[in-house]
Design a protein around this ligand. Structure first.
Ligand SMILES: [Mg+2]
Length: 378
């Protein structure tokens, strides 16, 4: 069964933040007051519609403004996809990468919308289109994410999270007050003795500084699980130095987008694991390729997010549930906005540290059209 894509629409939205989530990037740029994202809607001649979402993330390498994402989808990707058969998604992605070289963010929303439509057409959840859950159950393990906050607040959050069943913590670091960050890490392991702590500096340090600080945080955590992107995205040698000098496993995030990036990092002994995000890979098709190349180099994967709302979050969960390469607990279901723009958001709110992805066709989400109209911008 197939269908032809008849229209691709980009819908810019701005959803106010409900709770803050500070990273070294958001601290430096004044924080995130709203989620200025782009929804993608794909229509087909079979009556099924697919949806995707892009978090433009202009502070990121290859990030764009919301307006730029809308323009690139409407001017470059829509003409390429319209009139094409839905099941040819990987071929469409190959062609899209030639017209939008090096800009995966807009493509990620279109790729996901196509998969959502294909899943609905075939009455299959997206995780099954991607090969199915490795152990039969589409479940994902979750960690608890903590932004850059004062040590006392971090301690309270960690205690609450432990009561909900979390033992894996991902803590943001790399902000202006290193001593407070060190105290926060120490507070977590003091309050939650079985806590497993990973840190993410979001490029906040230079290599020599990172080596000193990772050693101190490793001590404070009584052994860090890993450190994510301690140095700037283009300092591959810095990643390697941190890895060698600290013996703490290094996870590449801002430094790792494409299958070629994974091969390059692996060839230079620069990381121990890679962070897969659909925004960075250009969607689900290429995310599988990234996972395959990582696996070929013996690098486990972590499924990250760009703080998408409900549609993007669902896509992340489907990929994590379908990929044997994703072995670290994931934080993809953390949403800090006033609306996720999907109906029944409770179905996507995990209770505890394990989540089973709904088995409805496609992404399994229904867009809340009233909310989309409320938060739509021009
Ligand atoms: Mg990261």
């Amino acid at each position: 069964m197939t269908a032809t894509v008849t229209a691709v629409e980009a819908i810019p939205v701005s959803v106010p933040a409900e709770t803050s989530y500070e990273t070294s990037l958001s601290v430096a740029t004044g924080g995130q007051g709203s989620y200025d994202h782009v929804l993608v809607r794909v229509e087909t001649d079979a009556g099924v519609t697919g949806v995707g979402e892009v978090a433009p993330s202009s502070t990121w390498p290859h990030g764009l403004t919301r307006r730029a994402v809308v323009d690139l989808i409407e001017d470059r990707l829509a003409p390429l996809v319209e009139g094409e058969q839905l099941h040819r998604i990987p071929r469409l992605v190959d062609r899209a990468e030639r017209v939008l070289s090096g800009e995966p963010f807009p493509l990620s929303g279109v790729d996901v919308a196509l998969y959502d439509a294909l899943g609905k057409l075939r009455d299959s959840p997206v995780y099954d289109l991607l090969g199915g859950a490795p152990d039969g159950e589409p479940t994902i393990d979750l960690h608890y994410s903590i932004g850059i906050r004062p040590p006392e607040e971090v301690r309270e959050l960690a205690v609450e999270a432990r009561e909900e069943g979390f033992t894996a913590f991902k803590v943001k670091v790399g902000g202006p007050d290193f001593e407070a960050e060190r105290e926060a890490i120490a507070a977590i392991v003091e309050a939650v003795p079985d806590a497993e702590v990973r840190i993410d500096a979001n490029q906040g340090w230079v290599a020599a500084e990172a080596i000193r600080r990772v050693r101190r945080l490793d001590e404070a955590a009584d052994g860090l699980v890993l450190v994510e992107q301690p140095v700037p995205h283009d300092d591959v040698e810095g990643l390697r130095r941190v890895r060698e000098a600290t013996a703490v496993p290094v996870l590449a995030d801002e430094a790792c987008f494409s299958p070629a990036d994974v091969a390059d990092l692996a060839g230079r002994d620069a990381c121990d694991a890679v962070n897969i995000k659909l925004a960075k890979t250009g969607g689900l098709s290429r995310a599988r390729d990234v996972a395959t190349v990582a696996n070929a180099h013996g690098l486990p994967c972590f499924m990250g997010s760009m703080l998408e709302l409900g549609i993007g979050t669902a896509a992340n969960a489907h990929f994590a549930a379908s990929s044997p390469a994703v072995t670290y607990p994931s934080g993809v279901l953390n949403v800090h906005a006033t609306s996720t723009l999907v109906e029944d958001p409770g179905a996507w709110k995990p209770s505890g540290d394990r989540f089973t992805v709904p088995s409805d066709p496609g992404l399994g989400v229904t867009v809340d059209d009233t909310a989309v109209e409320r938060y739509r911008v021009n």
